[in-house]
Design a protein around this ligand. Structure first.
Ligand SMILES: [Zn+2]
Length: 214
């Protein structure tokens, strides 16, 4: 009897020791919220207000020329713990550009973001999405890993918040990178959808983080 009791206590102790670690490991469900095409004087500040209220960190893929138009917003994004990425200088489609144009777009955007916010962005996201491997290599040689997304909110063509909420919540899985926009007219619907998406996904155990370094 004594042997059985000792064995049970031992098994229970081992179980209690292992459980917190193993469950913590399996329960981590990170999500990466990203915004393209900003900053915008009209839409970025309310989006930042929501992120602050919801304690949610995000990554902003900035356009260089817009960074120069509103440096205080870039500085606020940095101050409030968000991550800054580059979306090029003026949203040029680099799919048909030559190497010199690509390097110039990257460098001009870097210079603008550094001038506005004092930091050099890490990740680069190409406007309009995919580029071929040769162009990707040119960008990476400029010091920027490329970061795309796997969940598209399609907020750029939204006319209500509901479509954004439903598209995002249907597609997310642990580790998803979600694409929103903070610099276009439809960003008004993004701002309405955002707090609902954050709260709904938190209830499902997701946590919001900035993109990890490679
Ligand atoms: Zn864009």
């Amino acid at each position: 009897m004594r042997y059985v009791t000792t064995t049970c206590v031992f098994i229970l102790a081992v179980f209690m020791f292992l459980t917190p670690f193993s469950s913590a490991k399996t329960q981590v469900k990170p999500l990466y919220v990203t915004f393209d095409d900003g900053p915008s004087l009209q839409y970025t500040p309310p989006i930042l207000d929501i992120l602050r209220k919801e304690h949610c960190k995000a990554t902003f893929f900035i356009l260089g020329y817009r960074a120069l138009e509103c440096p205080p917003i870039i500085r606020r994004e940095i101050r409030e713990g968000h991550q800054i990425g580059s979306h090029g200088y003026d949203h040029q489609n680099l799919a048909l550009a030559n190497a010199t144009t690509i390097q110039e777009q990257i460098r001009k955007a870097d210079d603008a973001i550094i001038r506005a916010g004092g930091i050099r962005p890490l990740y680069y996201r190409p406007p309009y999405g995919a580029l071929d491997s040769q162009k990707n290599a040119i960008i990476q040689q400029c010091g920027h890993p490329i970061k795309r997304w796997d969940v598209d909110s399609l907020d750029w063509k939204a006319t209500t918040k509901e479509s954004i909420i439903s598209l995002v919540e249907k597609q997310v899985k642990p580790g998803s990178v979600i694409l929103f926009h903070d610099g276009i007219t439809q960003s008004q619907f993004t701002a309405l959808a955002l707090p609902i998406i954050i709260r709904d996904l938190r209830k499902q155990g997701f946590v919001f983080r900035v993109l990890p370094p490679r």
